[in-house]
Design a protein around this ligand. Structure first.
Ligand code: PLP
Length: 414
């Protein structure tokens, strides 16, 4: 049925219903309005200082000063695919300097609007040009925006088992079974490391088994990497899973984000790499990516990618950055230990060893939505209802407050 003609003075948009705010953004608003001096934000996925303040890497500050003084820089439009040097260096960062795919010129990389934009362009590319299966399998649970990026491109979403609430670890058997029963050709979204929201990653031998299964079944891997270096403290080590899938000669997509690893969140720096079988295919793919990007936003922004490229191409700056990534990781690991110790000291019921075993920014705490709501009401702690804790939002001063809150929530009504 057609909508009635708008009356004079009515908005042509009057029929549009209001939709509720996306939960994580609604939480940010609630946090900012909370007047309590004790409030603690463990929700939004950003790396913070020990005092919960926004964090900037020293090497990034240094590069920004250099860029301001560099008279050779320009603000004119970038090509559709962004800064060529940034693209080349991004592929090298994730695939490795000695990657066979890079040497054989069969990778095409385009600068995109951070990890989100890379996932979205990758999804759109598959929807348009991948003709085997328009179903994407993603881990259960996964980053809340993943289904949105892929369903917006018209792809169907299914899940594979991933997290085992019993062990607070990987349901490896369940994952293999579900991938085994996926139809041949289906797309499989994989998080390369520091799985969001659980903090649980497969081991390297498990990745090798996953790779064998994916290749044997003709499934298509799409990697999301937003936390390279923040699990082991080493940029190469955290790229191992992806590199396994590239050295086997097969094809894959990789969406890369510089938000967390260089602290460039709002600069929207990321890259989509498509690893192909031949250089000719890669060049055709790139031409099609241009056709997809042009009607969406023409070309990406210049500043953030210039920062990343400057760091990636300079040996000293790269070294300085690697050291900062290691320091960030060390702090995450030490915070995990502090929280575990604090819960043990309080005699909080339950086995909290998973807090130490998990890696990256997040820990799937095991707290249920009722306990999370209680901690929010009584202790002004903000975290998603699934119990995900951002470890980077904590420091030595706030760990005891969180441990008190968890203890009270867990023993509530006992
Ligand atoms: N992928 C994962 C797993 C993430 O956790 C995030 C952000 O939290 C992203 C992608 C996208 O991040 P951005 O668009 O800021 O690069």
């Amino acid at each position: 049925m057609e909508s009635p003609e708008p009356q004079d003075g009515d908005s042509v948009f009057a029929h549009i219903p209001h939709v509720p705010e996306v939960p994580i953004y609604a939480m940010m608003v609630a946090f900012s309005k909370d007047p309590s001096p004790l409030k603690l934000n463990l929700g939004i996925g950003v790396y913070r200082t020990e005092d919960g303040q926004p964090f900037q890497l020293n090497v990034v500050r240094r590069v920004e000063r250099l860029l301001v003084d560099d008279m050779s820089t320009s603000k004119e439009y970038l090509p559709i695919t962004g800064i060529a040097e940034f693209n080349r260096l991004s592929a090298k960062l994730i695939l490795g300097a000695d990657s066979p795919a890079i040497k054989e010129n069969r990778v095409t990389t385009v600068q995109c609007l951070s990890g989100s934009g890379s996932l979205r362009i990758g999804a759109e590319f598959l929807a348009n040009h991948y003709h085997h299966q328009h179903t994407v399998y993603m881990s259960q649970p996964t980053y809340t925006a993943h289904p949105v990026f892929f369903s917006a491109a018209g792809l169907a979403i299914k899940t594979y088992r991933y997290y085992d609430p019993g062990t607070c670890g990987l349901d490896f058997q369940g994952m293999l079974e579900d991938l085994l029963s996926a139809p041949s050709g289906a797309i499989v979204l994989l998080q390369a490391c520091a799985h969001n929201p659980t903090g649980v990653d497969p081991t390297l031998p498990q990745w090798e088994q996953i790779r064998q299964l994916i290749r044997a079944k003709g499934l298509f891997p799409f990697f999301d990497t937003a936390y390279q270096g923040l699990v082991s403290g080493n940029l190469d080590e955290d790229a191992q899973a992806i590199r396994l899938f590239v050295t086997d000669g097969g094809e894959c997509l990789v969406a890369q984000s510089y938000s967390k690893i260089m602290g460039l969140y709002g600069e929207r720096v990321g890259a989509l790499s498509i690893v192909c079988k031949t250089a000719e295919v890669a060049s055709h793919v790139e031409s099609q990516l241009k056709l997809l990007i042009r009607p969406m936003y023409s070309s990406p922004p210049i500043h953030g990618a210039s920062i990343a490229a400057t760091i990636l191409k300079d040996r000293d700056m790269y070294e300085e950055w690697s050291i900062e990534v290691k320091a960030m990781t060390d702090r995450l690991i030490s915070t995990r230990r502090q929280l575990f110790d604090a819960l043990r000291d309080r005699g909080t019921p339950g086995d909290w060893g998973h807090i130490i075993r998990h890696g990256g920014l997040f820990t799937f705490s095991g707290l249920n939505s009722e306990q999370v709501a209680f901690m929010n009401k009584e202790y002004h702690i903000y975290m998603p209802s699934d119990g995900r804790i951002n470890m980077a939002g904590l420091g030595p001063k706030t760990v005891p407050c969180l441990a008190d809150a968890i203890h009270a929530a867990v023993t509530m009504g006992v």
